[in-house]
Design a protein around this ligand. Structure first.
Ligand SMILES: [Zn+2]
Length: 159
């Protein structure tokens, strides 16, 4: 076997490549189109997948129809992947580290909520009702985040 070594596309290689491109275009369709239930083609670790949705609740869902409404989540919410995540071992979950992303995400929105409450109370532009609503959200979300956080501290992921 002389000469240069480069990737040669054998018939089976071509088949694999074809399958792969097909899967990528399927994934694109799924993400681009309206959220249909089936997206088993997307890997759980794909950056397009919403990690908050997998590990808990997506902030985009949580704040719907409130003053903090974030609009629809730009990432993929897949029931199939959520089921896969729920079924995964704690070892796998620790390896993926989605909970950390989730907590970081949530903390960001809690900070944002607090900031809004502060400025609203200072400016007194919000009605007491609106302040109560925002406060209520923070009291729901904060213990959720901290209970998760303490759980993570107990199960420190392996290095
Ligand atoms: Zn999301």
């Amino acid at each position: 076997m002389g000469g240069k070594c480069f990737l040669r596309l054998t018939t089976s290689n071509q088949k694999v490549l074809h399958k792969l491109t097909h899967r990528v275009s399927q994934a694109d369709q799924l993400i681009g189109g309206p959220s249909s239930g089936r997206n088993a083609q997307v890997a759980i670790t794909d950056p397009k997948v919403c990690r908050s949705y997998l590990a808990g609740t997506c902030p985009h869902d949580l704040f719907t129809n409130t003053k903090q409404d974030l609009g629809p989540c730009p990432k993929l919410h897949s029931e199939g992947l959520k089921a896969e995540y729920d079924a995964a071992s704690s070892h796998e979950k620790a390896k993926w580290g989605f909970e950390y992303d989730y907590l970081r995400d949530m903390q960001k929105y809690i900070d944002e909520c607090n900031r809004r409450i502060d400025s609203a109370q200072r400016r007194l532009e919000k009605t007491p009702d609106e302040i109560r609503q925002t406060n209520h959200l923070v009291t729901i979300v904060t213990p959720l985040v901290y209970s998760k956080l303490s759980l993570l501290m107990l199960n420190e992921p392996n290095k």
